[in-house]
Design a protein. Structure first.
Length: 303
């Protein structure tokens, strides 16, 4: 493969922080496409498929690491996965999550940890959860030169306090609160806002009320973009399917659980039945060397 082939494989991201900040569907832009990625091959594939933004989400905890929530995910976990994503998609627009308790304690803590995601992991931006209560953090980060994506609605890191993984903003007070949160996050300097699991009409109202793009997940079709967790999209669950939670918004494009299980079972069957490896899976040795080797072993046995 030549250097030019490589350049063709990796589409250069046409997205910068300012271009995303101005990306509103009402101005005629196509919706932004964001997908989670946690490793090099999926990052490469998503980028090559034309996904606009890759999110190294703390959903890695539930999607791949086998946790029941995102709370146990650490900053080092995100750095580890974000580095792999960056290696797989060197020119993609990569956003990395600040995990639970890596930004809540103080502005200094938030800046130091977000800085690590940019410097050590190669992320373009960080994402943090929270509305008005996090406005000061978002302002401090952006003033320190760290681009921030906000996240309101169902915020998984604090889902317990919200009464579980449930739709947010269904009543008037809740809807007005979320609108105030969205405005506060935008005014604090975030360049995009993830809106998770709110009624579709509220997703549309928030989108029309703020200047930065909304990226919806279970927030209806009127957002400026959509994000999904790649394992949801591909039908891959850490728990057995019967125990896995599949949210209503998670359209499944692939039965990956079934496909992988079939492949793993086929491999096991082939090994047990002698159908693997076949000659095409093995390496040869010159016959004279093999003969000499056998002869020496025989001679050793006779001695
Ligand atoms: O962690 C994550 O993947 C997220 C998305 C669900 C938006 O925050």
């Amino acid at each position: 493969m030549t250097a030019n082939d490589g350049a063709a494989v990796h589409r250069r991201s046409s997205h910068t922080i300012p271009s995303i900040r101005n990306h509103k569907v009402r101005d005629g832009s196509a919706p932004l496409v964001m997908l989670t990625a946690y490793d090099a091959p999926t990052a490469r594939l998503a980028h090559e498929a034309g996904v606009d933004m890759l999110l190294v989400g703390d959903s890695v905890g539930t999607a791949l690491l086998g946790y029941d929530s995102t709370v146990p995910v650490t900053l080092d976990d995100i750095i580890h996965h974000a580095r792999a994503v960056r290696r797989g998609a060197p020119t993609a627009h990569v956003v990395a999550d600040l995990p639970f308790m890596t930004y809540q304690a103080s502005e200094a803590q938030a800046i130091a940890n977000a800085g690590r995601l940019l410097q050590e992991a190669g992320a373009d931006a960080v994402k943090l959860e929270g509305g008005r209560t996090m406005a000061a953090r978002i302002r401090a980060l952006t003033e320190a030169g760290i681009p921030v994506v906000g996240h309101i609605g169902l915020t998984p890191q604090t889902a317990g306090a919200l009464g579980g993984m449930r739709v947010q903003g269904r009543d008037l007070d809740g809807a007005l609160d979320l609108l105030a949160d969205a405005r506060a996050v935008a005014e604090a300097g975030a360049y995009a806002l993830v809106v998770e699991v709110v009624p579709a009409v509220l997703g549309g109202i928030i989108t029309s009320e703020i200047a930065i793009p909304t990226i919806g997940i279970g927030a209806g079709p009127d957002c400026d973009g959509q994000v999904l967790v790649w394992t949801d999209l591909a039908g891959l669950t850490a728990k057995p399917p019967a125990e896995a939670i599949s949210p209503r918004f998670a359209r499944q494009y692939l039965p990956l659980n079934d496909l992988l299980e079939e492949a793993f079972a086929s491999f096991a069957r082939d090994v047990r039945e002698g159908a693997y490896p076949l000659p095409e899976h093995t390496y040869s040795m010159k016959e004279e060397i093999a003969a000499t080797l056998r002869a020496r072993l025989e001679a050793g046995r006779d001695a």
